[in-house]
Write a new protein. Structure first.
Length: 363
């Protein structure tokens, strides 16, 4: 927060009192004062004093202090007045009221949540991010996870208050309501965090909402943002994870962008290119010529890494029966699924078909 906001208030107070009044920040630096020469002085010895008061007024070394609203384990700003008698305490109390009002007004216009929302929505210039972060005391270069939480019931919103209660640290974490019912969680992560830890947080959110009867949701996860400027990219990735998951991972409730695999690529291809691909792959017969039993056999074959014996065991059929089915598929499509290259082509074709179907295109 800019010191000039506080300085304007302090100068107005100066007209009504003979006491020196001002504001120190959480590091003990005087950022506003009725005596201009004191601005910039470092009073680190009073940081612990103010913190120990837990928000109450306290006097030390002939000065009276009171933390402004909005602090948790440590104060962000504190008002001070010279002197430790009743008059000084009254002046300090009056200063605190005026400064809190100015702080609240400023934060309504420039609050941290709106700042983060502007970043993920690409509504702020890259060059302004660092400056705004410094003003709002938001650390720029710490790792953060981005989670998009969306209800699976059309028209139903995710309960923001429940997510906020799960992650109550408003200094480091941000819970934002975005668009038509989505909730975005920006969660500060420890250094060295990985995909597994992100998935664990997402699973916790999904399970808590489901078990509490609040909402059935899907949680999309972007890659870890190592700087504030990376949040927009991670947010888009989390959205893409949900959209791609709707097509290729319909049974999953937690979808990580980094685990999307080839589905991520297919989702971004033009539909006309996808249709051409299917026509080229299935020259003999369209993919729709394969019956449900044959498609089930193919899926099981892929699940068991093209292992004929293992697939036959899982299907409860003789090995020769499965070989016969694979030969039948080869005759229909021209692709031998026992050959790695043909299997890859067929697998991609199945995913492309699924993608086109999700777009309402029959191919």
């Amino acid at each position: 927060m800019s010191g000039r906001i506080f300085q304007n208030v302090v100068l107005q107070l100066k007209e009504n009192t003979d006491r020196t009044v001002g504001v120190i920040d959480g590091e003990g630096i005087v950022i506003a004062c009725s005596e201009l020469s004191m601005i910039g002085q470092r009073w680190t010895e009073y940081v612990q004093v103010v913190n120990s008061a837990s928000g109450s007024m306290i006097s030390s070394d002939g000065k009276t202090f009171k933390a402004l609203n909005g602090w948790s384990n440590q104060f962000d700003y504190a008002a001070f007045a010279f002197g430790d008698n009743e008059i000084s305490k009254t002046v300090c109390a009056m200063a605190t009221v005026a400064l809190n009002a100015a702080k609240s007004y400023y934060e309504e216009k420039h609050d941290r949540g709106s700042f983060i929302k502007d970043i993920i929505s690409d509504n702020i210039m890259l060059g302004d991010i660092y400056m705004r972060a410094k003003e709002l005391r938001v650390t720029a270069d710490v790792p953060r996870g981005v989670f998009v939480i969306r209800s699976l019931k059309k028209g139903e919103s995710v309960p923001t208050d429940v997510i906020q209660n799960l992650f109550p640290d408003r200094q480091n974490d941000f819970v934002l309501s975005i668009g038509e019912g989505d909730v975005v969680l920006i969660r500060q992560m420890p250094e060295g965090s990985n995909v597994k830890e992100l998935n664990k947080i997402a699973a916790f959110i999904e399970e808590t909402l489901r078990s509490g009867g609040e909402s059935t949701v899907v949680v999309g996860i972007g890659t870890i943002a190592i700087h504030l400027r990376d949040l927009a990219k991670s947010y888009k990735e989390a959205q893409i994870a949900i959209e791609v998951g709707k097509v290729f991972d319909t049974e999953k409730y937690v979808i990580n962008y980094e685990n999307l695999g080839i589905g991520r690529l297919i989702y971004q291809l033009p539909t006309t290119l996808c249709e051409m691909f299917l026509q080229e792959v299935f020259k003999k017969n369209p993919i729709d010529a394969l019956d449900k039993e044959t498609l089930f056999t193919i899926h099981k074959f892929f699940e068991n890494n093209l292992n004929v014996s293992e697939t036959a065991r899982k299907l409860f059929v003789h090995r020769n029966t499965l070989v016969y089915r694979l030969e039948k598929i080869k005759k229909l499509t021209g692709l031998d699924l026992r050959e790695f290259d043909d299997a890859i082509t067929f697998k991609v074709a199945l995913m492309v078909k699924k993608y086109l179907t999700s777009r309402g295109i029959d191919s």
